[in-house]
Design a protein around this ligand. Structure first.
Ligand SMILES: Nc1ncnc2c1ncn2[C@@H]1O[C@H](COP(=O)(O)OP(=O)(O)OP(=O)(O)O)[C@@H](O)[C@H]1O
Length: 491
């Protein structure tokens, strides 16, 4: 899937790259510069990496421990400490390799190393993108986002050492499903984890902007990890207290539903997929009856008007809902209308892409795809949302489809102000009935729909291994770290 990249957010010069019909991400230059709240990262590649060493979520991992031991023994970590095993994939910025530390005691630990050629990127005026990605990765510490173990340079290459995901991506995983579609319960699992990852990113002031199944990787334990942050927007988050009567209609209604929910609705703590997602909660029945029919793309949601609560319970919003960028960034089929129209966009674009993502996972195609990229963009702006006919095996499955369609309708509201999540952020998305029964705090402990097979064992290193060191003469030559004892084509 083509991704669109426009460099103006980070004061880099503009470039455009389109791949009609493909699903690659791209940026083009039709936007003007971003208006408010875009924060530029300081320092470039030489900036210190102190923050990437503190990752409480992964502190006890063997992978961290191994990196720490190398750092303690040698005072630094660099390319010479790693052995590249094979290429995992390549993207617009560089190649990603499976690798392991050379120290024999650490051979069980596998990492993914993204290698970007800084000279080539500087020539293509994309260096800033790579820097942004590295800065974002350094700050992340969340179960569904990549852990950056180390970043360093080797000659004109910049290397990011991250958690390795052996399960591939959700685009490939979907092709393996019956009918190339995920079941509703599997889709709910992946969408719920994605919501939590987006929520964290937003709270860190990051608008992701490139959600698509190709960028959602599956970790060894079957849980997800969002990848590829070179299109993300970093902005300042200014916490705001939102009063309910100042919310747009649908947000207000969603907030009202939450406020009136009784504590008895809280599901029991059962960190198993089937239990978590069972959702037999009678207290939702009334809301269900009141809920509007799915299929209306704008989801103006007039319901809830009568139940609008008194202004006694204001909501704290700590997500960049009012950030504004005018960059033309994303992947054609996933672009939000406000990105296409260039009117300025903020974190609401991620809730739009969540709607497209969910649609593709459940129906096997995106909702506005046309015969050409131009037609796709026109459809996104004008075409009302429609759902394919589904054949449900039971009444319960039918109800689940209706709930899914209602959520997609609200996420795919063309007006970002009326979009679920567009005003108060993730809280209103998480309250939607589709997630009924999801215990958000324990999603990371839920049993995933599929757990990937462990990756094949990496063959041991050749006996007469030497630490990769470059002579002065070698340093002057074009960089090529291929060692004669390892028949492997690097970078
Ligand atoms: N942590 C990882 N574990 C396993 N595979 C990975 C990992 N990170 C990336 N990959 C693989 O490498 C490919 C390229 O990675 P990535 O998308 O980050 O590169 P990119 O240059 O930023 O690409 P893009 O053109 O989409 O911006 C991915 O499609 C994926 O298959």
């Amino acid at each position: 899937m083509a991704t669109i990249r426009e460099e103006s957010d980070y004061d880099s010069s503009r470039s455009s790259l389109t791949a009609p019909g493909s699903r690659r991400s791209w940026i083009s230059d039709i936007g003007s510069s971003s208006s408010v709240s875009v924060r530029s990262f300081g320092g470039g590649w030489d900036a210190p990496a102190a923050s990437c060493r503190h990752k409480p979520h992964k502190a006890n991992q063997a992978e961290w421990e191994a990196i720490r031991r190398v750092r303690a023994a040698t005072g630094h970590i660099g390319l010479e400490h790693f052995r590249l095993v094979r290429r995992l994939g390549s993207g617009d910025l560089g190649n990603v390799y499976l690798c392991q530390l050379r120290e024999p005691w650490s051979t069980g630990c596998l990492y993914a190393m993204k290698v970007v050629d800084k000279d080539a990127l500087a020539f293509r005026k994309k260096l800033r993108r790579a820097e942004v990605e590295r800065e974002i990765l350094r700050t992340l510490d969340h179960p569904f986002l990549p852990t950056l173990y180390a970043d360093f340079e080797a000659s004109h290459y910049a290397c990011l050492v991250m958690e390795f995901c052996p399960g591939g991506d959700l685009h490939v995983a979907r092709q393996r499903q019956p009918g190339r579609r995920f079941s509703i319960s599997s889709a709910r699992f992946y969408v719920a984890e994605t919501v939590l990852a987006l929520e964290y990113l937003h709270m860190m002031g990051v608008v992701y902007r490139d959600l698509k199944p190709e960028n959602v990787l599956v970790r060894g334990d079957g849980h997800i990890m969002l990848s590829d942050f070179d299109l993300s927007l970093k902005c300042d988050v200014v916490p705001r207290l939102l009063r309910h009567n100042s919310l747009p209609h649908n947000a207000s209604a969603a907030a009202g539903r939450a406020d009136t929910a009784k504590p008895s609705c809280v599901p029991p703590i059962q960190p198993v997929l089937s239990c978590l997602f069972k959702g037999v909660h009678k207290c939702h029945a009334k809301e269900e009856a009141a809920r509007k029919k799915p299929g209306d793309g704008e989801a103006d949601s007039a319901d809830g008007a009568s139940s609008e609560p008194a202004d006694t319970n204001p909501e704290l919003v700590v997500e960049p809902v009012s950030a504004r960028s005018k960059s033309f960034v994303g992947t054609h089929e996933y672009l939000a209308p406000e990105v296409i129209s260039g009117q300025g966009h903020g974190s609401a674009v991620d809730w739009w892409t969540l709607g497209v993502f969910m649609y593709e996972m459940i129906y096997g195609r995106t909702p506005f795809k046309g015969e050409s990229n131009e037609k796709t963009l026109a459809n996104i702006i004008k075409q009302p949302l429609a759902f394919p006919r589904v054949e449900a095996a039971s009444g319960r499955e039918w109800d689940e489809h209706l709930r899914a369609q209602d959520l997609m309708s609200q996420l795919l509201a063309k007006n970002p102000k009326k979009r679920l999540g567009g005003s108060t952020g993730s809280a209103e998305v998480k309250r939607h009935d589709f997630f009924r029964g999801v215990n958000w705090a324990l999603v990371r402990s839920v049993r995933p729909p599929e757990v990937p097979k462990p990756p094949p064992a990496v063959p041991p290193l050749p006996a007469q291994k030497k630490v990769l060191m470059m002579s002065r003469k070698e340093r002057r030559e074009p960089y090529n770290p291929v060692r004669s004892d390892e028949r492997f084509e690097y970078f």
